[in-house]
Design a protein around this ligand. Structure first.
Ligand code: SF4
Length: 210
């Protein structure tokens, strides 16, 4: 089995384990996903969903974030870490979306990454989950760890990992692969004490003895 075939086998098995690969963040329109994704940096999806439940009722449009008093917006997200910077970025992004994009979140990597707080990973999440566009692969800490353990990359650099994964997988799977590796990383292939004996990839994984 070459590396491309092995990656296809990994995807096949993970899809069987996790039949609905999608983000665990709750949202109903693109700017809500942007807000949730910005808040989720180094915070759990559960906590972010708890915070956004009230936030999305209070701030209904992009303009509501743009016009908010920053200290009030910060207070509304204060249970999430780095909330001051995150709220500041959300408001700055909202103002650009209102002023330059007619209050609609743009649908390209180039435009999205111009927004404060939106780097390539966040942009990939928004493009894939809100617009159904597979422009690249969102590489978070789980994707980074599992790609290395499974031998799909030798790099620690998210940009290089994304490049390696895009070469190994068909474009239509780019959104899925991120979710599948994240689910598997959370449930089985944890950072500490990975559950090798419960892993469906054990026989094709070069790291089953770490
Ligand atoms: S065998 Fe172990 S290291 Fe490899 S993917 Fe499964 S849990 Fe992770």
């Amino acid at each position: 089995m070459n590396l491309k075939e092995k990656t296809a086998e990994i995807l096949k098995r993970l899809k069987r384990e996790y039949p609905e690969p999608k983000t665990a963040l709750n949202f109903s329109e693109p700017f809500q996903l942007l807000v949730a994704t910005v808040l989720s940096a180094q915070a759990t999806d559960v906590l972010v969903n708890r915070v956004t439940e009230g936030l999305f009722k209070k701030y209904k449009t992009v303009k509501d974030y743009a016009d908010a008093q920053l200290d009030k917006l910060q207070k509304d997200v204060s249970s999430v870490n780095f909330y001051k910077t995150k709220a500041k970025n959300i408001q700055a992004a909202a103002r650009i979306v209102v002023e330059e994009f007619n209050s609609k979140v743009p649908g390209t990597m180039e435009e999205l990454t111009r927004l404060p707080g939106v780097a390539r990973k966040t942009a990939n999440i928004i493009l894939s989950n809100a617009f159904g566009i597979n422009e690249g692969i969102a590489v978070d800490t789980h994707v980074k760890r599992l790609s290395n353990r499974l031998g799909l990359t030798k790099s620690e650099d998210p940009v290089k990992i994304e490049q390696d994964l895009t070469v190994l997988t068909p474009k239509e799977e780019w959104g899925n692969i991120s979710h599948l590796l994240i689910f598997h990383g959370r449930q089985i292939c944890r950072a500490k004490k990975p559950l090798h004996s419960e892993c469906v990839l054990y026989d094709i994984c070069p790291s089953g003895n770490i």
